[in-house]
Design a protein around this ligand. Sequence first.
Ligand code: FES
Ligand SMILES: [Fe+2]
Length: 385
Amino acid sequence: MAAVVPPAPATEALSPFETGPGTPAGRYLRSFWQPVKLSQDLREGQAQPIAVMGEKFTLYRGAGGKPVVTQSGCAHRQTLLSVGHVEGDSIRCMFHGWKFGSDGQCQEAPGQSPRLVERTRIRTYPACEAYGLIFVYFGEGEPPRFPDIEAFSKKHGKDMMSALVLDCGTYRRNCNYYVNVENALDLAHVPYTHRISSDPTITEVGFSPEVAFVRDITVERFDFGVRAIEVIESAPPTVSTVMLPNAMHLIVGQRDGYLEQVAWRVPIDDESHLSFQIAAMHTDEEGKIRYQEYQARKSELVAKYPSTELCAEQVLRGEKTLLDFADHPDLVNMEDHVAQMGMQFITDRGRENLAQSDKAVVQLRRMFMSRLADFVSGAPAESGW
Ligand code: FES
Ligand SMILES: [Fe+2]
């Protein structure tokens, strides 16, 4: 895919954190398919606003079932198209009724000349659906090859798509996406951040207690990513891979087998992001039944609490502790929320004291910056999927 690349900025101006329109990392991330919504969260005939990398868009599902992504506002006076009406595969603005096809071409503009209709268009973006997620390509030119998760999983000795339990999910976290990208390689956080969720005497589901020790990790670099491997004596190793620029693949022990997860951290803006994940539980029939029974009770447990984000904010304000949420089905996630949202001065790296256990994170920073520099110098954006 040949991206349109403006002149390279000075390397020292490069940063993974800023992803707004025109920023180096923003253009880099826009060169890959990015998930924006769970398929199940967009009904046929429904339109919704979405925010990605500091920009707003309209997402809708037409009568043919295909997701369509357009610029957020109407060509006429920029009212949000997401509050309009889906008609067949088109969308009609709720303000004065201008109607646009899924290719962005204006089809009707009541009371206006046919010439105006003909010459009016809105911008649309390639969208597709896979693994229960809706993906969009926000870059210039032709979209890149779509990631083949199934082949990637098989290449690593697993078969994610035929796992007994396969699920997808999403959450919002109010911190820069890159903090969460790096977190995938920070295996030393697990025993402490997830102290409660890896203790079976306190929690019903969660990590296997075997993961709750700090061990040395092996770091592997490959063309478009970094992998951290932690060998655990009595359980399968934890293997966590970051696929540049913002995706990850993880295999980690759970109490009922092990979890294989693929996730993308997609910036909403520079202070918040959405994570979209596909999760496979490699377990046995009994583990599957326990999982399903727990899922049936999960909505009841979730209903006891405000959103995971708000619970984490209560902990950060000192009003609650994580132990107050010991039966929260999203406790693992909440623990990560608290650790990552609690980080301060993230973009001022002079305040950090990186140590031995951060060696995979350091490798990732080097590789991210080097691939970003290549990209702004005109190299094509390539992924390892
Ligand atoms: S703003 Fe959309 S039709 Fe007028
Ligand atoms: Fe974590």
